[in-house]
Design a protein around this ligand. Structure first.
Ligand SMILES: [Zn+2]
Length: 513
């Protein structure tokens, strides 16, 4: 009898506590109404004036809405309200661990960032995801499984050859594992050391597994310079043979011999799209790339003065190459290869070879920014309906794209140069990447979608980051909401970190929560 009484009391307590919890959370979560904004809904439709109501993390109304009693109201007169920006190519996997607030990212209006591009991802993926979920991040995050990462797991240091059947079996196993851990697909970086030794069959094999799980193939192709057309052909072959949607990373033509060829590159792509290949690409708004110094010499003949000389010519000369990181001699940072050669009284190619040797001896590589993309090619790519905006940057990046990409497109390409209309630019930052990731409830302003939102001033929004001050925060982004919570307000982050981990089809997996 006593036991029954205790059980009844216990049950009553539980019921009381849960009712209390529901009531207190409901009273904390007043709905929010944003009024008088010009809405760019993410679909590319023209701006229209509408009020938008947010409740319990979602958009619950769009239109001619009037404030309810007790509701928080934001008057957004003069501002544009857009879906939060989705950065499909972001290098913040490590940065988020020390900076989960991701100030430089949310300051740009990024509400979801996808890590693991260019063939490199944390491993095992589930460990990273659990850490991120325990930390809580301001933006939402998603992750790709890196091809080079999987390759190294299977092959160790002995990776300088095409994978053997035994190694292939292991890589297939890892790929399946990553997809079960909610990776969004396979990423590759075929211009980089580990990925460069793979052949097309290897990539088709792994891409097939990604496709079976509903993932996509995101690739930094094998060559972005002289041989970029062949590299593009390989990419289409992988897409066709593996029946997988493709995201072409940071589309560009990076050497003088292919400069000005954007129109023919686009033709090849449009023909492939007509054949049924599900191809999209992303582009960053800068004329310089950022990578390790070895990428300059695709033949890997880093020691051959004539090969190196030609490689430097290909990018417009040693004055186009600036050192951003060099552990053996940090005083080189900020200087061009041409300046260093002059100061050391050696030729440009000998200076390059010296950097390679000093780097190898210290088991490291110089990182460089290389200005080798021309504006007319960037413009042509950005104007394609299948090209979205992505940063290729991230937290604490030494390239200005890490802190400036999205406001730069809005300020420079939309407002100053008129390359894009504002609604089209917003579509490239929101619904287009969402469509690529099959995220149905983000990247758009409509009833029922998640309330990832950005309020910005179209007359002032601009990037402030430069090559000498790459982490300067952008301005003109007034307020940013992630899952209905304000994370950025009046030029500062709030302390909220409401980001979700997002898997395929936009779902947070039960496995991981
Ligand atoms: Zn890349």
């Amino acid at each position: 009898m006593l036991r029954l009484k205790r059980a009844v009391i216990f049950l009553l307590c539980v019921i009381f506590l849960s009712v209390f919890a529901v009531l207190s959370s409901a009273s904390k979560q007043n709905s929010l109404l944003i009024i008088n904004a010009q809405v760019a809904d993410g679909t590319g439709a023209p701006l229209r004036q509408a009020n938008v109501r947010v409740d319990l993390g979602h958009i619950v109304g769009v239109g001619d809405l009037t404030p309810k009693k007790g509701e928080t109201v934001i008057d957004a007169t003069g501002l544009v309200l857009a879906p939060g920006f989705i950065d499909i190519h972001n290098h913040s996997a490590d940065g988020l661990l020390t900076d989960p607030q991701a100030e430089s990212q949310i300051a740009q209006g990024i509400t979801s960032l996808i890590v693991g591009p260019d063939g490199e991802s944390p491993w095992p993926i589930i460990n990273w995801v659990r850490t991120i979920q325990q930390l809580h991040t301001a933006p939402n995050v998603g992750i790709f499984a890196g091809h080079a990462t999987i390759r190294k797991q299977a092959m160790g240091q002995d990776y300088k050859h095409a994978a053997t059947p035994g190694e292939m079996k292991m890589m297939e196993l890892f790929m399946g594992q990553a997809m079960n851990q909610q990776a969004l697909g396979l990423s590759s970086g075929l211009e980089y050391e580990v990925g460069s030794y793979s052949n097309t069959d290897e990539l088709v094999d792994l891409a097939k597994i990604a496709a079976q799980h509903g993932g996509i193939y995101m690739t930094h192709i094998r060559d972005e310079g002289d041989n970029s057309f062949q590299a593009l052909d390989e990419e289409m072959m992988i897409a066709e043979r593996a029946h997988i949607p493709v995201e072409h990373s940071h589309i560009k033509l990076g050497t003088v011999r292919v400069h000005g060829n954007a129109a023919s590159f686009i033709n090849v792509i449009n023909e492939a799209r007509q054949r049924g290949i599900d191809f999209m690409a992303d582009c960053y708004p800068y004329d310089a790339w950022h990578a390790d110094i070895k990428v300059l010499v695709p033949s890997k003949e880093y020691d051959h003065p004539s090969t190196v000389a030609r490689a430097l010519e290909d990018v417009g000369g040693a004055s186009h190459v600036t050192i951003t990181e060099f552990k053996p001699n940090p005083s080189y940072v900020g200087h061009t290869l041409a300046d260093l050669a002059k100061a050391n009284h050696v030729s440009d190619e000998d200076m390059y070879i010296r950097l390679i040797h000093d780097g190898d001896a210290a088991n490291t590589e110089a990182m460089i920014i290389c200005q080798s993309i021309i504006e007319s090619d960037i413009k042509a790519f950005f104007q394609q309906p299948w090209v979205m905006v992505a940063s290729d940057g991230g937290i604490a990046n030494s390239h200005p794209r890490g802190a400036g990409t999205f406001p730069r497109v809005l300020g420079v390409y939309v407002r100053e140069k008129h390359w894009l209309t504002l609604p089209e630019a917003i579509r490239k930052m929101t619904s287009l990447p969402a469509q690529r990731l099959s995220w149905e409830d983000r990247g758009v302003i409509r009833e029922g979608a998640f309330a990832d939102l950005v309020l910005f001033n179209p007359d002032t929004v601009i990037d402030k980051s430069t090559y000498t001050n790459p982490e300067a925060l952008s301005t003109g982004i007034e307020k940013v909401f992630v899952n209905g919570e304000l994370v950025w307000d009046k030029g500062k982050p709030t302390s909220a970190r409401p980001g979700h981990f997002i898997g395929r089809r936009g779902a947070a997996s039960d496995l991981l929560n």
